[in-house]
Design a protein around this ligand. Structure first.
Ligand SMILES: [Mg+2]
Length: 427
């Protein structure tokens, strides 16, 4: 533990619900659930009143309805939540030099070195009050020596709370808490630790480090460190915006618009699958094209946070249409998704029917098992070949030669490391 670090974790309280309550005061004090309807879909967010009934994010809406029949179900509006999210980030940008946007409603602020000029607690408290005043939305924060302890602090003082955990109190703060309070502990790990008789953080912290490594590998080591209040991960500056992108250079330059659109569709499909696998959402899409004379042009669009293909494909086609102004051959096309933040349950909320959401989940499962190109949209596959009598020759992907497979492979580059994923719940 480094006692010279001062990290603030700020998190909106029941963010989506709070945005709805701000619009409609009749919802104050009611059990409100965002996402799905009363009998289908999953809970994306719920009010603290609903949580008293045992309802939580990612729970099937049907179960939530059983637990609390009088709950009010709202479809949710990702456009509005994204707008509020950007406004909060803007308030922080104006006051803080070094911060990280961790999810749609969470920020980490690094105050290290500035604590001599400002009292960190006073600064954080004033920033919180500013956000409450300007946004009309409740927010909580934790202040401690690293990201993990600060986040646990926020979760402990929610809603409408603030909590400082100074260096010398870190262990005594963490010790009595249950191990599932450590960020990043999934259900499987929690079960495994329970089977080992490990329920309290103190028990986990006292296990020899080597033993934790032996049982759970690197993940075990990381958990052991967190249980001991150790977390060296840096606050990643917002200006180093994370992105994922992909680009394709054609074998021979082309002017075939429908082929370009099919390629764009394929690239966006692959990228969004990556996003969902990493439990990330994007708020910005960029399309790049390069003409045969090497002139390169780029168009970018800000979008509400999403990880779904359908909307992003339309956006990509739209940007391509705006970009491709010269009747010239193209040699390269590229797509980038940026302004990434952690988010997962929220993907079901955005401009999508429940059938579409179910379809995505099913397709992602197939892709996780059999590879990203095992399921593709029909428009990406070349039109069926016909024989001399104009009969369709059945498409059989297994007949693809190695050469053809190589050609169809899309080069993917990752600008920054998005492997460290904190599963975000809207709390
Ligand atoms: Mg939150």
């Amino acid at each position: 533990m480094n006692k010279d670090r001062h990290i603030i974790h700020m998190d909106q309280d029941a963010f989506f619900v709070s945005v709805e309550v701000k619009k409609n005061s009749k919802l104050i004090g009611k059990p409100v659930i965002i996402g799905g309807s009363s009998d289908r879909g999953v809970v994306a967010s719920c009010s603290y009143e609903a949580r008293k009934f045992g309802i939580h994010s990612a729970m099937p809406a049907r179960t939530a309805k059983m637990l609390c029949p009088e709950a009010i179900f709202l479809k949710g509006n990702m456009d509005e939540y994204s707008k509020a999210s950007h406004e909060i980030t803007e308030i922080i940008t104006q006051r803080v030099p070094l911060f990280e946007k961790a999810s749609i409603d969470e920020h980490y602020i690094d105050m290290s070195g500035m604590d001599r000029f400002f009292g960190c607690m006073k600064f954080a408290s004033e920033l919180r009050q500013t956000i409450i005043k300007e946004m009309g939305l409740p927010i909580s924060f934790g202040l401690s020596v690293n990201k993990t302890v600060a986040k646990v602090g926020t979760n402990e003082c929610k809603p409408n709370g603030e909590l400082e955990i100074p260096f010398h109190e870190v262990r005594s703060f963490l010790n009595p808490l249950t191990v599932n309070k450590i960020p990043g502990i999934g259900n499987a790990t929690y079960r495994k630790l329970s089977e080992m008789g490990v329920r309290k953080i103190q028990t986990l912290a006292d296990i020899p480090q080597e033993l934790m490594f032996k049982i759970l590998g690197d993940h075990g080591l990381s958990l052991w460190q967190k249980a001991n209040g150790i977390d060296l991960s840096p606050v990643v500056p917002y200006r180093e915006r994370k992105s994922i992108g992909t680009q394709t250079t054609f074998e021979s330059d082309s002017m075939d618009i429908s082929k370009m659109k099919a390629i764009l569709t394929g690239m966006v499909t692959n990228l969004t699958f990556d996003l969902r696998s990493q439990q990330k959402l994007t708020a910005c899409i960029t399309v790049t094209i390069r003409y045969s004379n090497f002139e390169t042009v780029t168009q970018q669009a800000r979008i509400p946070y999403t990880a779904l293909d359908s909307f992003l494909i339309l956006k990509a086609h739209d940007l391509f249409k705006k970009l491709y102004s010269k009747r010239m051959l193209l040699r390269l096309i590229g797509v980038k998704l940026s302004h990434l933040v952690s988010g997962f349950e929220q993907i079901g909320l955005y401009h999508t029917s429940e059938e579409e959401y179910d379809l995505y989940q099913a397709m992602d499962k197939v892709r996780q098992h059999y590879g990203v190109e095992s399921v593709v949209k029909a428009c990406i596959v070349a039109p069926p070949s016909k024989d001399e009598k104009n009969r369709i020759i059945k498409y059989n992907p297994r007949k693809k030669t190695e050469e053809e497979r190589k050609k169809s492979r899309i080069r993917t580059f990752i600008n920054s490391d998005i492997s460290s994923v904190n599963k975000s719940t809207d709390s």
